[in-house]
Design a protein around this ligand. Structure first.
Ligand code: SAM
Length: 251
């Protein structure tokens, strides 16, 4: 059977597409794309013409079957998403899982990924991190998810849409404490790339002071919880936070 290539594409700057990604897209028989119009523009930029097939969250099962058929017939196929690495908060899981179960070769063509780019430049610990994708859209569910991570010692990483960024930062401050260190990576690799860093209670001031601050795409990173909360003044902070959490839950 053919090979399924998982091809990372740029997260903003087209020059980040690797020569190997370009060569792979040029060599396959078919490109499965999250959005064929969006990826069509990338192919046009690269001067590549290929048959494309839309494979997104709503039709993945059905389309995966078609792609698997082509692979089993011996054709090579590339999977791309709108930006960055497929399967990282993007479609492709069903296809990759099923391809592996059928013994089809799956090969990554690595490249841009917003969470790795953001972490690599944020100045937060990277020895251990927990990527949790997008937080729930509803306030209550988002709060519960943050509460479940309050004591997590790994650096926390989320994706967030621009229209919720200020609300999310406010909730992080409420739930994790206004002194918890937060770094926001915005518009990475693009013209207005910006990092906002500071305690959760103050970081939104910088966004609000910037006329374009709440525009564009964000990676939200939060310093993990202290490993030794029993020690010294960390205890005072934790008690304070616990009290605030308890009070917030009172009727
Ligand atoms: N597969 C992609 C990857 O490898 O990063 C992520 C796709 S996910 C649907 C889109 C989210 O990724 C955005 O809402 C934003 O949180 C983040 N993102 C993508 N590009 C970004 C960029 N240039 N700067 C900051 N965040 C970005």
């Amino acid at each position: 059977s053919g090979t399924l290539y998982i091809v990372a594409t740029p997260i903003g700057n087209l020059e980040d597409l690797s020569p190997r990604a370009s060569a792979t897209l040029a060599s396959v028989a078919l490109i499965a794309a999250e959005d064929t119009r969006h990826s069509g523009r990338l192919l046009q930029f690269l001067g590549i013409q290929k048959p494309m097939l839309a494979l997104h969250d709503h039709n993945e099962r059905n389309r995966a079957a078609q792609v698997l058929g082509r692979l089993e017939a011996g054709e090579d196929v590339a999977l791309v998403s709108d930006a960055g690495t497929p399967l990282i908060s993007d479609p492709g899981y069903v296809l990759v899982r099923e391809a592996r179960e059928r013994g089809i070769r799956v090969s990554p063509i690595p490249g841009p990924c917003a969470l790795v780019a953001a972490l690599s430049a944020a100045g937060l610990p990277t020895d251990r991190f927990l990527f949790a994708g997008f937080l729930p859209a509803k306030r209550g569910a988002r709060r519960s998810e943050l509460e479940a991570l309050v004591t997590e010692v790994a650096t926390l990483v989320f994706y967030e849409s621009p229209h919720r960024i200020l609300e999310t930062v406010a909730q992080i401050s409420e739930v994790m404490g206004s002194d918890r260190e937060v770094v926001l990576g915005r518009e990475l690799t693009k013209a207005f790339e910006t990092f906002y860093a500071g305690p959760a209670g103050a970081v939104s001031n910088a966004i609000e002071a910037d006329p374009n601050g709440a525009r564009g795409e964000f990676v939200v990173m939060i310093h993990g919880a202290s490993r030794n909360p029993e020690q010294g003044d960390e205890e005072a902070v934790d008690t304070d936070r616990l009290l605030r959490l308890l009070v917030a839950e009172l009727p």
